[in-house]
Design a protein around this ligand. Structure first.
Ligand code: SF4
Length: 273
């Protein structure tokens, strides 16, 4: 892992790992597993001083947007997420106002547990949450469930409805892979569906391996990625679709986007130890 001296850079955004690392999915390509041994063992345990200092230093180093991520699924650690929002509120007393604040999720608990949604999503919204970023492998629920390694994945429209019911936006994080979306045709079909059901915006990238690099076997070929890139560049601007290819990852390489990992390291890469 390459550590970055945050005093030397002008940051754009900060990402925080939150929660125990527990997950309700079993993805074969999971990059979070390696970090789980450093995560707190119980929901609600948060290193408040470290989080506060990181939020403060990063903000005064230029970071304005904040992501809440995890080595597992953050909705399974709701007390920890709520504690992070308490710290974010405390930061406001010192003139630290992150916006937007986004939560990464696989969407499974959101789609399956209405009580959880009713209790926590409005609470987090009131404390500054802007959007939930839900990873989507395939709009076909059976295929999506297969990649997630679960017996069934909830209906994506229900996931979206519950996010919208809390007045939050939903971004679909679309993963391009030979196992799911591997051609321009399939990509356009997927984007058309996501737009039709009311997803607010979409971010797309080719599947990455646990070395934090594009997976050369599973990623669609360069020719197909080029066609998808051209389509995205020429599409109607009313629906925001952003494609991240290797050349768009400068914010990570330059350290403009840093992540605080469960072992306390602030770094620009998820790669293995
Ligand atoms: S949902 Fe995310 S954290 Fe959970 S197994 Fe899949 S990749 Fe790993």
């Amino acid at each position: 892992m390459h550590e970055v001296n945050s005093n030397l850079i002008n940051m754009d955004s900060l990402s925080l790992f939150v929660g125990t690392g527990e997950c309700n999915a079993h993805c074969a390509h999971c990059a979070g597993k390696i970090h789980r041994k450093y995560a707190p063992k119980e929901d609600g345990i948060v290193d408040e001083n470290l989080i506060f200092k990181t939020l403060k230093d990063s903000y005064f180093n230029g970071a304005k947007s904040l992501s809440l991520s995890s080595s597992g699924e953050p909705t399974l650690s709701p007390k920890s997420v709520s504690k992070i929002f308490e710290i974010i509120q405390k930061c406001k007393d010192e003139g630290i106002n992150y916006s937007p604040i986004n939560l990464y999720s696989n969407g499974i608990r959101i789609g399956k547990d209405k009580n959880f949604c009713d209790k926590y999503l409005p609470l987090w919204k009131n404390n500054g949450l802007s959007a939930v970023y839900v990873t989507v492998h395939d709009i076909n629920e059976k295929n999506n469930a297969k990649i997630y390694g679960v017996s069934n994945y909830p209906n994506l429209e229900i996931v979206l409805l519950r996010i919208h019911d809390a007045n939050l936006l939903m971004r679909a994080n679309l993963v391009l892979s030979k196992r799911t979306i591997d051609s321009l045709e399939k990509f356009v079909e997927t984007i058309t569906h996501l737009k039709k059901i009311g997803v607010d915006f979409v971010s797309v990238w080719p599947i990455r391996g646990i070395d934090d690099k594009i997976d050369p076997i599973l990623s669609p070929n360069e020719n197909e990625l080029g066609k998808i890139e051209d389509w995205v560049a020429n599409q109607c601007t009313s629906f925001k679709v952003k494609l991240l290819r290797e050349k768009n990852r400068k914010v990570y390489e330059t350290g403009k986007k840093l992540t605080l990992f469960p072992d306390g390291k602030l770094s620009n890469t998820w790669c293995n130890y």
